[in-house]
Design a protein around this ligand. Structure first.
Ligand code: NAG
Ligand code: NAG
Ligand code: NAG
Ligand code: NAG
Ligand code: NAG
Ligand code: NAG
Ligand code: NAG
Ligand code: NAG
Ligand code: NAG
Length: 835
């Protein structure tokens, strides 16, 4: 018995020693078909061949994650081009070498070694590949991989500048999936002024996370710095650097991806899946420079740029929505000598660019103010460290640029802007103004009431007419519209550049589509048929020929299309051009050969099954796309027809929303949130929209919720659910949710390989989005936060709005108020009779 135990122990000892070593010695190099595994099994290191490339690289990846993309690459610029290679360590110099088939050294660690008797390279549990002396037990390394980050910052890895070793550690994106060599996108610590984390494209700063405020970078939401992380920032004579650690059950990484996005991912250990919990640039205001000097950028305002109080647009003749985009100038010059200047506190800000600012950590806020007042070139000041009531002083002596107003939860900082006394003392005028307003109100109120009453009666009549519209729509939309296998490419916002949308003439379009031949028809949508086409230069396009029902004039139509074409986002299909001739109204999109989401979700015979990670990516992508539509400063598009067939997928299964702005193009004169013509698709329409034609961002949120639930379950909402013939998907989800068994909902084709936590969160978010009352549903900005945040932060959903419950009842009120007979209940009866 005892012997058996011993031999088992020996067996384990050997099998581990043989199959998973973590060390390379001069006599035991790493062959091209071997891997090193860290002692705790978290990381692997070995040769890999990325994507479609034939080259070989030495890379490090998370051993237990589904995503095996390397997070560190040794020889990103020096691949092995032969079929085999070797990673070895030189016994004489202690250098780590990558050697190809012909024994040529393609890469060397170049460490200038001192006296190592027995050099070895070891993969540590942290993922750090180090060169050290096997005989020494301390952690002095002759070289370490962590000093040369690739595109990913791992836990414990430092980013930033070391003045002693002269290291400058940046994160630089891969060029493509098949090529790990550095692209133009990188993140670095800019050490000028008050050090900041910045994301660059070539020599251009694209995004600024702002200076370190003691807890986090100025623009990083406070919600990210929760119990799971310790973020650390070192700023002294020896180094300026940043690193993070996490609690043991959580993995995290910060990376610059190939599209130039900075992404923070998180994984609960054991789930095997990453979850992007924060990324930047996230919205327009994140891009530099969005607004000029002395202007604030607020994503929720229209226009997004606005001058700080006491400043006026520098070039007031600009088009209204870009008025402050070129920056602002003082209304009244400063009066430094007389000492009458004062400060305006602006709350909730990402602090302005600090690359020319100076910091004095010894001052408190009051001393900071005095210092700023005493220096005539000082334009603003702020706290340098917000911990423990605040300390330190940042002083700006130049223009204030890249000011972003953050959401309340994000925990921005207060900035004190220097103004002339004349521009500050506006409080008396405002009170006078508000008094005037009260007078005006008192006079106008009676008229206002009259008008309200009139509108009320109009609305009532409209409601009844809409009932009839709903019936029509019901029959009209029963054929599944499958239009638009088109896609935009991954464009960034083309900020500032206002290139005109090229117009195509009808002849060209007819030629490209073979005279709108049936063979080229891709599908038929609610607004007309879609054709595939090919331009003279070989570019493939998707051509949407709008039905001739729009009463819109040519100029209005063109204006609308021009506006829509300016909406560019990686999760939106790109509108390339349009064609207007006589009666013809044609939209030209970029064509993409891939399919739409409904094909992957609902056509089960297909061999292409979506795994959970892809589904989750799709959910997030759709959410980002809608958020962009809803919050775009100029247009604030409500899509009104979000559904699986309007979500197209590119080669990498990134979702792209199509058909946005159609409602706008078709009924541009109806700017109010109430329309005679209900466009939309049964199963996705919110109750208030289907019944009353009242649309808002919240009706899109409803459709999004339905989409999320469809993506999780793989079942269509409109389809009658087999197990219980008289309920629909929402009903079914709600029932199982109440019984606490909602995991039964998960599409069986995914198997059991999914993150329970994520699925549960998505179901909950889906249910929150389809709640009956619009005001209960979250805005898309909250939806995105919920999707990436903690489950416990979510409220409990109320009962969904079963707008389209198949032929049974129409539920206007929540179940608790059913006893209350109201006009809306009458309406539901009408609907039932009509069916
Ligand atoms: C690696 O390949 C060599 C031949 O090229 C072979 O002898 C060896 O057994 C392989 N090792 C592993 C771990 O597969
Ligand atoms: C290896 O050497 C052979 C013969 O000298 C040469 O043809 C081949 O291109 C070399 N391969 C590499 C990867 O250098
Ligand atoms: C090592 O030094 C050689 C020669 O100076 C250089 O070509 C190579 O790029 C260096 N390798 C690294 C990883 O810096
Ligand atoms: C280093 O350790 C090896 C065994 O691991 C031993 O043979 C050698 O003598 C040691 N050298 C020194 C200088 O301690
Ligand atoms: C660090 O490297 C980046 C990217 O090459 C560069 O822009 C930056 O100026 C460097 N910082 C220092 C302190 O050298
Ligand atoms: C952060 O650091 C503190 C103090 O060093 C420690 O008590 C805490 O456990 C750390 N938290 C994490 C998430 O690493
Ligand atoms: C400073 O004060 C003096 C006297 O009150 C006034 O004449 C002068 O215009 C002021 N200077 C400025 C720059 O406003
Ligand atoms: C910093 O100062 C330099 C030189 O005066 C100037 O060119 C640059 O625009 C300033 N940067 C910012 C962010 O104000
Ligand atoms: C004002 O502050 C700037 C930046 O700290 C400094 O360069 C300049 O010398 C100061 N001017 C005066 C008059 O103190």
């Amino acid at each position: 018995m005892f012997h058996l135990l011993i031999s088992i122990l020996w067996f384990f000892y050997f099998s581990q020693a043989i199959s998973a070593r973590d060390t390379i010695t001069p006599i035991q190099p790493l062959a091209y078909n071997e891997t090193l595994v860290s002692a705790d099994g978290r990381f692997s290191l070995g040769f890999f061949t990325p994507g479609k490339s034939k080259n070989q690289y030495i890379g490090l990846w998370y051993n237990k994650m589904a995503d095996k993309t390397p997070v560190w690459v040794a020889n990103r610029k020096n691949p092995i081009t032969s079929s085999t290679g070797l990673l070895s360590i030189s016994s004489s110099t202690g250098e780590l070498l990558i050697i190809d088939q012909n024994s040529t050294v393609v890469w060397s660690s170049n460490n200038t070694v001192t006296n190592m008797f027995n050099p070895v390279a070891q993969l540590l549990n942290s993922g750090n590949l180090v060169i050290k002396d096997a005989n020494s037990s301390d952690d002095k390394f002759a070289w370490q991989g962590f000093d040369y980050p690739t595109d990913t910052l791992l836990e414990g890895m430092k980013m930033g500048v070391d003045f002693v070793t002269r290291l400058n550690r940046t994160l630089t994106a891969w060029t493509s999936e098949s090529d790990p060599s550095p692209s133009q996108y990188y993140a670095m610590l800019d050490i000028h002024g008050d050090p900041q984390l910045v994301l660059c494209s070539g020599s251009k700063k694209v995004y600024r996370a702002g200076p370190w405020n003691g807890l986090r970078y100025s623009a990083i939401p406070a919600t990210l710095t929760n119990y799971r992380f310790n973020f650390s920032f070192i700023n002294n004579k020896k180094e300026i650097s940043y690193y993070f650690t996490t609690i043991p059950s959580v993995l995290s990484k910060l990376a610059v991806d190939q599209s130039g996005e900075l992404q923070r991912s998180l994984s609960v250990e054991g789930s095997g899946l990453w979850n992007i919990i924060w990324y930047a640039p996230m919205d327009q205001c994140d891009y530099m420079p969005q607004c000029g000097p002395f202007a604030t950028c607020n994503q929720n305002n229209s226009p997004i740029c606005d001058c700080i109080q006491g400043f006026k647009p520098k070039s007031p003749d600009q088009r209204i929505y870009r008025e402050a985009a070129n920056g602002c100038v003082r209304k009244t010059g400063l009066d430094c000598k007389n000492g009458t200047d004062s400060f305006l506190p602006i709350p909730n800000l990402k602090l302005p660019d600090t690359s020319n600012a100076t910091v004095d950590t010894s001052l408190c806020l009051d001393e900071c103010k005095v210092k700023c007042l005493s220096n005539c070139s000082c334009t603003a000041y702020a706290l340098a460290d917000v911990r423990n009531g605040g300390s330190g002083c940042i002083i700006w002596t130049n223009e204030l640029t890249d000011l972003k107003v953050l959401a309340n939860y994000a925990g921005g900082q207060e900035l004190y802007v220097r103004l002339a006394a004349a521009d500050l003392g506006q409080s008396p005028t405002t009170t006078r103004k508000s008094k005037k307003w009260i007078y005006i109100l008192v006079i106008i109120l009676p008229f206002f009431m009259l008008i309200l009453a009139y509108i009320g009666s109009l609305l009532w009549r409209r409601k009844r007419r809409r009932m009839r519209a709903v019936e029509e729509i019901n029959t009209l939309f029963h054929d599944r519209s499958n239009q638009g296998f088109v896609s935009g490419n991954d464009l960034e916002l083309s900020r500032g550049s206002d290139h005109e949308l090229p117009l195509l003439d009808l002849k060209t379009v007819a030629f490209a589509t073979d005279n709108f031949s049936v063979a080229n028809k891709l599908g038929e949508g609610g607004f007309g048929p879609v054709f595939k086409g090919k331009l003279g230069n070989g570019q493939e396009i998707a051509v949407k020929r709008l039905a001739k029902t729009s009463a819109q004039g040519m100029v209005e139509f063109k204006n609308e299309v021009l506006l829509i074409a300016k909406l560019q986002h990686r999760n939106l299909v790109r509108l390339l051009s349009c064609c207007i001739e006589g009666e013809e109204r044609i939209l030209i999109y970029e064509y993409m050969p891939n399919k739409s989401l409904d094909y992957f979700l609902f056509e089960k015979s297909k061999d292409q099954v979506l795994d959970w990670q892809t589904r989750f990516k799709i959910i997030i992508g759709i959410a980002r796309g809608i958020l962009y539509l809803h919050q775009d400063s100029r247009l604030r598009i409500i899509h009104r027809d979000l559904k699986a067939s309007n979500i197209l997928l590119d080669e990498e299964m990134n979702p792209k929303i199509s058909d946005f702005g159609m409602a706008r193009i078709f009924c541009a004169d109806e700017a109010v949130g109430n329309t005679m013509k209900v466009v939309g698709t049964f199963g996705y329409m919110s109750p208030e929209y289907a019944m009353d034609g009242i649309f808002s961002q919240k009706s899109d949120v409803f459709s999004f919720g339905v989409l999320v639930l469809e993506i999780i379950t793989g079942k269509k909402n409109r389809g009658v659910y087999l197990a219980a013939p008289h309920t629909n998907l929402l009903d079914h989800v709600w029932t199982l949710w109440k019984e606490g068994v909602s995991l039964q909902l998960v599409d069986e084709s995914m198997g059991s390989y999914y993150s329970m936590n994520e699925v549960m969160r998505c179901i909950k978010v889906g249910l929150l989005c389809v709640q009956n009352h619009p005001e209960d549903r979250p805005f898309m900005s909250s939806v995105l936060l919920m999707l990436s945040g903690d489950n416990s932060l979510l409220p409990n959903p109320k009962e969904p709005g079963f707008a389209m419950r198949s032929g049974v009842t129409y539920q206007m009120e929540s179940s608790s108020s059913k006893a209350n007979p109201s006009s809306s209940n009458d309406m539901s009866v009408t609907l039932m009779e009509a069916r």
